[in-house]
Design a protein around this ligand. Sequence first.
Ligand SMILES: Cc1ncc(C[n+]2csc(CCOP(=O)(O)OP(=O)(O)O)c2C)c(N)n1
Length: 278
Amino acid sequence: MAIARLTKYLRQDRMPHVWCPGCGNGVIMKAFIDAVDKDALDPDRVAVISGIGCSSRVTGYLNFNTMHTLHGRAIAFATGVKLARPEFNVVVMGGDGDMMAIGGNHFIHACRRNMDLTVIVFNNNIYGMTGGQYSPTTPHEKIASTSPYGNVENSFDIVNLAISSGATYVARTTVFHYAQMVQFIQKALNHKGMGVVEIMTNCHTYYGRYNSMSRPEDLLTHFKKNTVQIKKAKTMSPEELSDKIVAGEFVNIDAETYSDRYRIMSERLAAAERGDEE
Ligand SMILES: Cc1ncc(C[n+]2csc(CCOP(=O)(O)OP(=O)(O)O)c2C)c(N)n1
């Protein structure tokens, strides 16, 4: 049965989950297990690591090797796991607050190192778990509990941040675009090096309610209407794109990873110790 195909990847005893009815986090979780299933990855060789936040609770429900760690520190834990178990597919999942604010430094440095990780950012433009404070991805002028008159700050563009920091697979989509989401997660899982998939998701409870989109379908309609695929975006002006979500694959390149270089160095040092000729 189709459902049974996927439920084996979930810890049924942890249900019901904590997410609000209609939250996009469950859609991303399903896309992830769909991607794992399509690629026939061995769940015992998949590790999923998260920090703190509504989205970060995903590691409680996924039936893989999981770690629910400290706020903002998931990428640091994941780096350790990858170095200790290079044969594992190591995945980090969490929110825009967890990964762009408190965890922002870990994010950019993992990109710079081209760590062999798959990082899935659940971008709901807000801190969901703690009551709707604005985050580094809350757009200028949008309302949050800590910006009741509109956010005065500019927001991070996660895709551009990842690319300029050195990530080698970078894609963006939304929870409205399910098939694309599964495809990008699959690509990132199969990519050697730092793969970042930004997924726009709905927190209608806070972000939506504060910004006149209080039902899940309001935000899904917003994603549907405002998403432009990268090919079309190339024909549009910066003004035309200013309030659009550009979806697609932005970077997909092969490059040496941190683990490759670490292994090469270790082999060189071992050879020198044995007295081998260079
Ligand atoms: C060191 C530390 N600082 C702050 C917090 C409080 N806190 C918990 S989750 C969170 C942010 C949640 O936002 P996000 O990561 O975007 O996840 P979401 O809940 O929206 O999925 C914050 C600030 C914490 N748990 N630990």
